[in-house]
Ligand binder design. Structure first.
Ligand code: PHE
Length: 339
């Protein structure tokens, strides 16, 4: 090939590249001119046959051709991986689907309860899961011979430390640290030596409530009932109300167990409430004077109520969960249904 022929070949190749209609055409021109067996590498291989005195000029011309072809290919987006992708992307493919997470039902019940009681002026108090027997039992007027203090009912660590069996010790901590008026709820984890079955777990959650005020605003059982009735409606829906049944707790007097009307049958009787129309959800009562004395309050100048309900209980009846263990297995197929 003479220098003149080379010039013509170069012009021809650039025209072809400029006219290439798609990525495949650009690629085949790349192979044709600069590919391993393309015409430009072939010319370089054939340099040895060019007369010695013409070689420098010829070599320069071949290199210039190669540079021109590569620049033309690059401009067409040919030869580079990015260019190939841009041309091949299928913009009609559906996008990727990301699942949004949901809050755990126990977290939702706790947060909703805090919001409901928050509207009534209650703030959230907190306490440790490892407690002293004083806070968990003694100050709550629960004597050493009471069955709940038994080694078989409570997780003890020596004689002076235990896993709290209820959230009620947070009442004691709150009263020891504050003067009335007190209006708190205390959500948290609690522990009992229960064997775990469909409705019991050795580790569960409670929400404690405590309201104490001075005698210029005496607190009554009727106040307690109205607050729990409001909570029942807000949490379970319109038409749900409460009833009190006489009961005994060492730290309240009088004491009651609290039932909600069944939110499914609205009290008519169904499988969820075992045909009774009522579902037990909480313990409650007026704070016992002995408890006030233990925290240094004068029982003659303060009065108050306390309540405590099971978070699992509320979650199970609210969402229709038949087995408490589902709440701890964290199976996403179950949890995602409650979003
Ligand atoms: N602590 C009690 C329980 O775990 C519930 C309760 C709380 C009862 C506050 C009365 C007042 O059963």
């Amino acid at each position: 090939m003479t220098l003149a022929e080379l010039e013509i070949a170069q012009a021809e190749s650039l025209k072809e590249i400029a006219a290439a209609a798609d990525a495949a055409a650009v690629e085949s021109l790349r192979v044709k001119y600069v590919g391993r067996n393309g015409s430009i590498p072939a010319l370089i291989k054939a340099m040895k046959d060019v007369p010695r005195e013409e070689r420098p000029a010829f070599g320069k011309a071949v290199q210039a051709w190669r540079a021109a072809v590569e620049a033309a290919l690059a401009e067409k987006g040919g030869g580079t991986a990015a260019g190939e992708q841009a041309v091949d992307a299928d913009l009609t493919l559906p996008g990727r689907w990301w699942n949004l997470g949901v809050k755990h039902p126990l977290t939702r019940v706790i947060e909703e309860s805090a919001a409901i009681f928050g509207r009534l002026g209650f703030t959230v108090a907190d306490g440790p899961e490892l407690e002293t027997p004083f806070n968990n039992f003694t100050a709550l007027n629960t004597p050493p011979h009471h069955p709940s203090q038994d080694r078989s009912d409570t997780f003890w660590f020596g004689d002076d430390c235990l896993l709290r069996t209820q959230t009620s010790p947070v009442q004691i901590r709150t009263m020891l640290a504050n003067k009335p008026p007190i209006r708190v709820i205390c959500p948290g984890r609690t522990y009992r030596r229960d064997t775990t079955d469909a409705t019991h777990s050795a580790n569960f959650h409670q929400i404690e409530g405590l309201y104490v005020d001075t005698m210029d605003k005496p607190v009554s059982l009727a106040d307690l009932k109205s607050v729990l009735a409001y909570f029942a409606r807000e949490m379970m829906g319109d038409g749900v109300t409460v009833r009190f049944r006489p009961h005994f707790f060492p730290f309240t007097e009088p004491s009651v167990e609290v039932d909600f009307t069944c939110h499914v049958c609205k009290g008519r009787g169904c499988n969820v409430c075992k045909q009774s129309g009522w579902i037990e959800v909480a313990g409650a009562g007026m704070v016992d004077p002995r408890v006030f004395r233990h925290v240094g309050y004068d029982p003659e100048s303060v009065s108050g109520y306390a309540f405590g309900f099971g978070v699992e209980r509320i979650a199970m009846i609210k969402y229709g969960i038949p087995d408490i263990r589902w709440l701890y297995e964290n199976d996403v197929r179950f949890l995602s249904q409650l979003g």
